[in-house]
Design a protein around this ligand. Structure first.
Ligand code: FES
Length: 139
């Protein structure tokens, strides 16, 4: 399958802009990036070649919170539900950290609590990859 047909097989659901997923109509940020994905049978599929080393923020139909996708130093991907484990506020991506705007909890890129009041790690989804895609199991 070539790049064009792969992209056509997936769906562009939004635009990553300054760490937030925005509808394409609101695309005005200089650092915006198209996020192409497909969601089927509780699996989110992303194009591996769209990952450029930063955190990707993607949305699923299943969860009202976005999912942060990043890569650890050992090359493994990690996908985290951006729902604070303290009282459920949506987290913001701040570089390699996830920060809660409600009471200040901070989480590292692996979902581990760095700063309370949250005391539980973020929900992590299993991730696998092949030569072309990143597959996130959101079941
Ligand atoms: Fe996130 Fe309270 S809801 S720190």
């Amino acid at each position: 399958m070539n790049d064009i047909s792969r992209r056509e097989a997936l769906q562009t659901l939004g635009v990553l802009c300054c760490g937030a997923l925005m509808p394409p109509a609101l695309m005005s940020c200089a650092s915006s990036k198209q996020v192409t994905q497909k969601e089927e049978a509780n699996v989110l599929t992303l194009l591996l070649d769209e990952y450029e080393g930063d955190t990707l923020i993607v949305k699923s139909k299943k969860y009202m919170y976005p999912i942060s996708v990043s890569r650890s130093e050992d090359g493994k991907f990690i996908a985290l539900l951006m729902q604070c484990t303290h009282k459920g506020c949506e987290l913001r991506s701040e570089g390699t950290y996830l920060v809660c705007p409600c009471h200040g909890s901070e989480f590292d890129s692996q979902g581990k609590v760095l700063n309370p009041p949250a005391d539980k790690p973020l929900r992590a989804f299993p991730v696998r990859t092949d030569e072309q895609y990143i597959y996130i199991d959101i079941s």
